[in-house]
Write a protein that binds this ligand. Sequence first.
Ligand SMILES: Nc1nc2c(c(=O)[nH]1)N[C@H]1C(S)=C(S)[C@@H](COP(=O)(O)OP(=O)(O)OC[C@H]3O[C@@H](n4cnc5c(=O)[nH]c(N)nc54)[C@H](O)[C@@H]3O)O[C@H]1N2
Ligand SMILES: Nc1nc2c(c(=O)[nH]1)N[C@H]1C(S)=C(S)[C@@H](COP(=O)(O)OP(=O)(O)OC[C@H]3O[C@@H](n4cnc5c(=O)[nH]c(N)nc54)[C@H](O)[C@@H]3O)O[C@H]1N2
Ligand SMILES: [Mo]
Length: 770
Amino acid sequence: MAGKPPTGDPVQDAPDVTAPQHAAAGLPAIAHTLRIAQQQMGVRRTALTLLKVNQKDGFDCPGCAWPEPDKRHAAEFCENGAKAVAEEATLRRVTPAFFAAHPVAQLADRSGYWLGQQGRLTEPMYLAEGAEHYEPVSWERAFDIVAEELTALTSPDEAVFYTSGRTSNEAAFLYQLFAREYGTNNLPDCSNMCHESSGSALTETIGIGKGSVLLEDLHKADLIIVAGQNPGTNHPRMLSALEKAKTGGARIITVNPLPEAGLERFKNPQNARGLAGGGTALTDLFLQIRLGGDQALFRLLNKLVLDTDGAVDTDFVREHTHGFEEFARAARAADWDETLRATGLPREDIEAALRMVLASRRTVVCWAMGLTQHKHAVPTIKEVVNFLLLRGNIGRPGAGVCPVRGHSNVQGDRTMGIFERPAPAFLDALEKEFGFAPPREHGLDVVRAIRALRDGAAKVFFAMGGNFVAATPDTDVTEAAIRRARLTVHVSTKLNRSHVITGARALILPTLGRTERDRQASGDQFVTVEDSMGMVHASRGRLEPAGPRLLSEPAIVCRLARRVLGDGSKTPWEAFERDYAAIRDRIARVIPGFEDFNTRVAEPGGFTLPHAPRDSRRFPTTTGKANFTAAAVEYPRVPEGRLLLQTLRSHDQYNTTIYGLDDRYRGIKNGRRVVLLHPDDARDLDLADGAYADLVSEWTDGSERRAPGFRVVHYPTARGCAAAYYPETNVLVPLDHTADTSNTPASKSVVIRIERPHDAPAQDPSPGNR
Ligand SMILES: Nc1nc2c(c(=O)[nH]1)N[C@H]1C(S)=C(S)[C@@H](COP(=O)(O)OP(=O)(O)OC[C@H]3O[C@@H](n4cnc5c(=O)[nH]c(N)nc54)[C@H](O)[C@@H]3O)O[C@H]1N2
Ligand SMILES: Nc1nc2c(c(=O)[nH]1)N[C@H]1C(S)=C(S)[C@@H](COP(=O)(O)OP(=O)(O)OC[C@H]3O[C@@H](n4cnc5c(=O)[nH]c(N)nc54)[C@H](O)[C@@H]3O)O[C@H]1N2
Ligand SMILES: [Mo]
């Protein structure tokens, strides 16, 4: 019922399993959307709110970073965007009475799902050292507490300022400015766990860490390869773009260990064929690859292209690239047998893929976490770049690299300077504009921040959004690390596990969400965001804020900065809080591509940021050309009797926010503690469908980690590869198991054994991670 949270902990993990589906969206998606939205918001608010999602005068969907088409539908959102909106626009409230009734230790025993279902945070809350309950606190006192702890540090580098990817450009710019004026580059963000590998690989090879395609490029492509991505669940509006591409004659190759329903067939709820008919078949060729086999696959395809007369775009290679000879030598050495072993693919499939590659003049490769969260993620993505460069598929219409971002403004936050390794030119510009000397030493990323907290080298942890302890790897290690902090602070919309696993002192600072009206002294404000394709546009909330005491993210940063930096700061924090246009004027002066920001963002639909490779085939790399690279081919080697586990998302979650316990397309209902295994692997391990077992990860230092009580599901995944949901399985991912160069946790390749089949779910010792 709208407005009423569940009372007892509703998580009765008792999964029901039916056959996986073969199509996404359609009528069931609409029914499901309305049910979840109305539970949280009621009927009237559901209608009013959903009609403003992604409209030119509305707010940017807080779901994913997929761009909006220029010609919009009345309902320009998807099932999962609507769930993200409902989660934020819920009528449920977490009040001081709630905190008085629940000691923190008791909340730490609740599931993440239960915590999230309690509703929106309404008051600043403070947990004093040794106290059992959070208590209401004034904003002034809250800022005093942060200032006390920050000024007590020996060095500003003992503080860590984390950002999740929903934060607006304006808030992100102010937040990094504050952290740097205070004196540190310790600005880890969710990107460190997400597309960092894409950024690392693309910066080195094409000179800019962002994708090179616009929405219309997808529509124009001859061939789209979707590797390591599940758009049916995580970027549902991308299915409309794929459908449009297919209508224009494109072909689609899907590379994935799992047959994902959304990529098989799309029933577009916006047309009659989708609603009543059979929808559109999307995938033409499904390469059911083993986890981590993608680098080997693309390397062999590159060899085969090199071996085909006339297949290489020699003009492009000569004029625009560097390193071709060394790359070609490495690629020619690619070996069929080794590739078949690494990928688990039949030879005919790779030959079929090659024919489609050679038939295409315009190729786009899209990817997400299936490529970025591996030890060899960076060389894998560099091999994708080699693949596109060979046939001149960068910087021409209908072709390019398309890393599909996660959080709705994760790309914009980076553009605004949320990065622990800022470019010197960016720091120079800050210095010139604001007249202070920003720190030059690199700061801590997510994994290094956890180590610093664990080792006592970091003492204050401040988070602008997100759910750090639940999203990060090695749950037990991370929670212990956070508990060592002097102070943990969270600027949040909803209650989550990071509020109840705390340092000695803790603060929860409640903030406005995207959907809400943001009024400041100069009047109603809007904020801006950048989507996955470099489009910047305005976002205006319309709903009344969840409570009268919420502050916007920019206001929180401005007040905190004034309190912490005092008269020493020449930055006009008060003026920034009063009128966000003043922030945008400064962004315009500091960040290239934002000239005339206020004028251009006033245009309906906003503007596109420049991208040298896309716009003019210029490559701002160290060589001044697009770089071919020749890394050694790697793929995971899994010992006898072990499996490789990927940790992924269900259909009813947004990262650590659990909307419900179903994963409709995969046929899982009413439970999340499931492990998907190939029936032949399960048979070899004597694991019947429906049995319960523990997942035990084995790390190279001999240590083991256990996640108990998973229901075995026989599922058509690739051989040797298991899948289970995150965040429940984060406990299995060793902190040191990260991608080379990008340091992203390798959450898609965890070596596990499956132990002790039993008939009933075991007691989970870490209930917070359900
Ligand atoms: N509804 C909803 N939307 C979301 C999110 C959400 O949680 N819920 N999260 C947002 C965020 S932050 C992000 S980053 C994105 C995530 O979007 P995705 O990357 O689609 O998310 P995952 O669930 O991690 O799915 C990984 C996909 O890659 C495949 N895969 C795994 N390993 C490999 C591999 O080695 N090779 C290949 N070829 N495929 C592999 C998996 O089978 C799966 O299909 O979605 C964003 N959008
Ligand atoms: N094992 C494993 N681990 C993973 C992944 C994986 O695939 N496998 N994926 C990784 C990826 S791709 C990512 S991006 C990270 C996600 O890591 P995070 O971004 O840290 O986590 P979220 O679950 O997205 O954060 C949700 C919380 O954000 C807060 N919030 C929501 N909206 C707003 C807002 O507008 N403002 C503010 N201030 N707060 C808000 C709410 O309080 C909510 O509880 O997880 C990573 N962890
Ligand atoms: Mo992400």
